[in-house]
Design a protein around this ligand. Structure first.
Ligand SMILES: Nc1ncnc2c1ncn2[C@@H]1O[C@H](COP(=O)(O)OP(=O)(O)OP(=O)(O)O)[C@@H](O)[C@H]1O
Ligand SMILES: [Mg+2]
Length: 237
């Protein structure tokens, strides 16, 4: 993965504390185990949760909260209880995606009681969560999160779209199976704009597949530039 230095450092710290948790616990300290990942779409939040699970050899369980809330309107809190009970029994990484769905009471129109119940059961869960499991919540909008919720996390990690240098690294890493000897990466720096990691990967894949289907495994600067420009145009309408 291509990550900002500060993000990488924080994720490594989580891994380090989790791996050394017995040492910490023998002195009465708990490892970081409740993480809030904040940032725009496609910048690696879900991927980071998967990476943490892989590095710690733990299973990854993902709960998509907006889906859960709209599907089980009225019984979301009891459905969440089932997840929390499983979490209390099994050491794993639990990713709660679209986490803002919980803090945003406006989304559950007409049933403020339901929103309260969901929020309260989540607060309890965060308090009770065993420190050997990792609870990872991901959101695009931290600003709307309830303050009581926000405070429960051991660490808040902020993601952002990549710098131009990082953007080129994302592209290069995705294109290692192609011949890129002719590509002028410095020129492409001027075309990455504020594309997210995910958008850069997609643009690279399109250019690569076009080349392969045209019977060529070498990429041109022009092809990559067009793919990047098309992505940016699609975004800005
Ligand atoms: N930091 C990164 N380095 C390399 N590739 C990345 C990175 N972030 C995202 N990608 C690419 O984009 C895809 C989507 O990323 P991911 O699902 O982690 O984004 P996200 O931050 O969780 O977005 P969302 O807020 O929409 O859930 C990944 O599968 C990967 O191909
Ligand atoms: Mg995600």
């Amino acid at each position: 993965m291509t990550l900002a230095e500060s993000v990488r450092t924080q994720l490594e710290r989580v891994l380090h504390e989790q791996r050394q948790r017995e040492r910490l616990e023998s002195h009465g300290f708990a490892p970081i185990s409740r993480l809030l990942l904040v940032g725009p779409p496609g910048t690696g939040k879900s991927m980071s949760a998967a990476m943490l699970a892989r590095e710690l050899s733990l299973p990854l369980f993902t709960v998509r909260l907006d889906g859960l809330i709209s599907r089980f309107m009225g019984q979301t809190a009891s459905k969440l209880r089932l997840v929390f009970d499983a979490a209390a029994r099994n050491r794993a990484v639990y990713l709660f995606d679209e986490f803002d769905a919980i803090g945003a009471e406006r989304r559950i129109e007409g049933d403020v009681g339901e929103a309260r119940r969901i929020l309260n059961s989540f607060l309890l869960f965060l308090d009770e969560a065993r420190p050997e499991s990792l609870v990872v919540a991901a959101t695009n909008h931290a600003a709307i999160l309830d303050g009581a919720l926000f405070r429960r996390f051991d660490a808040v990690i902020t993601y952002d779209v990549p710098s131009a240098e990082q953007a080129i690294e994302v592209l290069r890493r995705r294109l290692t199976s192609m011949n890129t000897a002719e590509v002028d990466w410095d020129d492409l720096m001027g075309h990455v704009g504020d594309l997210s990691h995910a958008e850069l990967v997609r643009a690279g894949e399109i250019a690569a597949k076009d080349a392969i289907l045209a019977g060529d495994d070498s990429l041109s600067t022009l092809a990559l530039r067009s793919a990047l420009d098309a992505r940016r145009a699609a975004r800005h309408g």
